[in-house]
Design a protein around this ligand. Structure first.
Ligand SMILES: Cc1ncc(COP(=O)(O)O)c(C=O)c1O
Length: 406
């Protein structure tokens, strides 16, 4: 018998479509397609041998505990390793300020669940990380977006939006940003703006969620202090950090962590108990091994030069092939895994995507990264996964597709 399941789904979920990028990957099963669409780190630089031996060693040493349930907030050994990892980045926390998550996406989910009631406002960049949009969307908030600028979030724009909202007796529940090499644009927020964002956060008492998966992957220039560390220096206590090891170690282990004030972390841990209980101990142990045994600093240095070369190849090939004079432009990220290409407004990149697939190259149409009235003439490009030869070929193919639409 055919039953009407849709009418039985919860109101919050009925119209929930999940991640449009996820569905897009179904189109990419053809191995001939060069995909600039995912956010995948390159398996070429995974620490495969180190992983094999760490895995064998841990299984030999502790198989019974690995096969067992483990503490909800996370394994003590991993928490200590993360505290040391953060100390090298100017962040000083204790175990009460951290909950291990089953990856960054889980960290965002915990954040949304903790803070958002239906119709409450979340302030974000336009564009912003699509995974954060879908994670928060589960709570049915109202998103308010402000166009991002070349040097990061438009803090004056945020202020104007907050003022507008206050006139309607509303105040954003939090401001969500990806300040280092933002997904999708690759843009980095300069120091002055980080400080200005904190000023705003204190003035209106709005927490800042700093999502920071790419921070260590800087290819040019000097590291800018995290918003979390700047907040600590000012004793603000108004920032929550969302981190993941997906891009530094590997996404397969699904390990991340959230940091913040004790009260926040305690509640996030309660929520975690209700949604995943504990993060698998094996995965946490592999991450501890990454931090304690695998010389992660040398690995990240290696990632930097490896990805820098790919980024350079991509930028050089775009320079040589993309029709700049026709109004095609792109960001030049200082790190991370993505850049953002803008084409003349008459080109809809969702249509361009269909064309590109015929030419066996894929990207993510920019519309996925907007919380409201999407701009239709952008594409998110990932340059970390394909080989350099594929990157060159992908730019050439894309260039043909763009020129056909001009
Ligand atoms: C900005 C941002 N936050 C969070 C995540 C989620 O990370 P994870 O793969 O660990 O769930 C990503 C992944 O691409 C990301 O780009």
């Amino acid at each position: 018998m055919k039953r009407d399941w849709h009418s039985r789904f919860a109101d919050d979920i009925k119209d929930y479509g999940g991640y449009s990028i996820g569905k897009l990957f179904e189109l990419l099963s053809d191995p001939g397609i060069i995909s600039l669409a995912g956010g995948l780190p390159s398996p070429e630089i995974f620490l495969k041998n180190e992983m094999r031996s760490a895995s064998q060693r841990r299984l030999n040493e502790d198989i019974e505990r690995i096969m067992q349930y483990s503490p909800i907030a996370g394994e003590t050994s991993l928490i200590h390793a993360i505290i040391e990892f953060l100390a090298r980045d100017g962040i000083s926390i204790s175990k009460d300020n951290i909950v291990v998550t089953s990856s960054g996406q889980h960290g965002l989910d915990l954040t949304g669940r903790l803070f958002l009631n239906p119709n409450e406002v979340v302030l974000v960049d336009r564009p912003t990380f699509a995974g954060a949009i879908v994670a928060f969307q589960l709570e049915r908030p109202k998103f308010v977006g402000v166009d991002i600028q070349e040097d990061g979030s438009d803090i004056d724009g945020f202020r104007r939006k907050i003022e507008e909202l206050r006139e309607k007796n509303k105040i954003p529940k939090f401001i969500y940003v990806v300040p280092d090499f933002q997904n999708p644009t690759g843009i980095t927020m300069r120091l002055k703006k980080r400080e200005a964002l904190l000023d705003l956060s204190y003035q209106y008492d709005i927490p800042v969620i700093e999502d920071s998966p790419y921070r260590a992957l800087r290819y040019y220039g000097t590291t800018i202090p995290s918003i979390f560390s700047l907040d600590q220096a000012r004793d603000g206590g108004n920032v929550i950090g969302v981190y993941t090891f997906s891009k530094l170690f590997c996404p397969g282990m699904r390990i991340g962590f959230n940091i913040g004030p004790k009260d926040v972390i305690e509640k996030m841990t309660n929520i975690k108990e209700g949604n995943v209980l504990n993060t698998p101990k094996y995965n946490q142990d592999m991450c501890t091994a990454f931090l304690k045994e695998m010389d992660w600093e040398a690995h990240i240095e290696n990632c930097r030069s490896y990805y820098r070369e790919k980024l350079e190849t991509f930028l050089e090939t775009m320079e040589a092939h993309f029709p700049r004079q026709a109004g095609v432009t792109w960001t030049k990220p200082e790190g991370g895994l993505f850049l953002w290409v803008s084409v003349p407004e008459k080109i809809n990149t969702s249509t361009l995507f269909q064309e590109a697939i015929k030419f066996k190259v894929a990207f993510v149409p920019g519309a996925a990264f907007y919380v409201d009235t999407p701009a239709l003439n952008h594409m998110r490009i990932n340059f970390s996964y394909p080989s350099k030869e594929q990157l060159v070929e992908a730019v050439k193919r894309l260039s043909v597709c763009i020129r056909r639409k001009l």
